[in-house]
Design a protein around this ligand. Sequence first.
Ligand code: CO
Length: 442
Amino acid sequence: MEHTFTDSLFRFIESGPTPFHAVDSMKRTLDRKGYRQLLEGESWELSEGGKYYVIRNGSSLIAFRIPTASLRGFQIMASHSDAPCLKIKENPELRSENAYVKLNVEKYGGMLCASWFDRPLSVAGRVMVRTEDGIAAKLVNVKRDLLMIPSLAIHMNREANEGYRYNAQKDLLPLYGLSSENGQKPEDLMEMIAREAGIKEEILGSDLYVYNRMAGTVWGANREFMSIGKLDDLECAFASMKGFLKAEERERIPVHCVYDNEEVGSATKQGAASTFLADTLIRINEALGGNDGSYRRALASSLMLSADNAHAVHPNYPEKSCPGNRPLINGGIVIKFSGNQKYTSDAVSAGMFRKICEAAAVPTQVFTNRSDMAGGSTLGNISGTQVAVNCVDIGLPQLAMHSSYETAGVEDLGYLIRAAKAFYESSIEETGYGEYRISAVG
Ligand code: CO
């Protein structure tokens, strides 16, 4: 089994406990590789051969290069930086028995609650501190086992194994500290975070999240599986970034796009429903001296990959998958289709993507929902309302999606990196009605 990339994927995920950290980690890589950060509030001067990135809200990132000054089209791969978790509320300390201190949290996204119990957790996020003339963002991450959500003993709930309905305000509150007999009390969470992060300034705002501390592992009879939190969707973000950085220059503009807030519907200023991608592409076109017409022509010769992980058939629940399309771990990249068009893949975009994967010798497989089950939704169709281009929904097959510790295949990661590189090096051109020229390089 190929382990070439698992270690660096684990390091990437462990450095990204929140979208702010994942974006910061990508920023540092791009800085190292000579990319220049553009601020949305400044005017952009772009030049042929230039390498750039732009960040919105500290949690969404778009990186691109300008291979040639004549804009012909974009090759866009989009993924997301967020994952379901617990968000810490304002004034989080709740006391019980005059001894325990627990934290008041709420759900972020469609999480599998059971996976948060009885394992070491901690807190990370961003805080805004007071500066002389305003406020400034600082990332915080308490890098030690800090919290736990202990299960209720079976003796106190004999029905625990008969199915359980979790109440977010009661069951999911993590235990943070304990007052001692001699009157010593745990300090408030924010004080503790400020002290551990070496922050002296007053904190005026915070976005803090609970994350699973468990390290990644490669396992199985032949070490064919890997498990870690947030594979959905940092695995795709990682592969997109790797492919983007490895790709050689061709005539299309390669765009590596990572959105925040996919897990809560994307309708934020930095989500897929926002103008972030459209704003960026329009500004690229303007900076290259283009007009409305050149932008629209470029979109007609562009392709987007909406990359978000997919469900493999579960060994214990084979009946939950469609009887005809049954993705397997390490079986290759999954192309997702759905009748309701929540997945954007159609004959045209799937045909384009299959041609690119074929050139890169990457296997593909297909996911469709069971016809009697509503499926999930993702980025592509939402982003398409702002930037309407041919789009195909893809992902890597995984198990336990939205658990705090997910499972995927070691070989599939390599496939997506290879396909991403080939995608960024390829180009699509509409040559006639229903006809496209696809130049794909293996
Ligand atoms: Co996802």
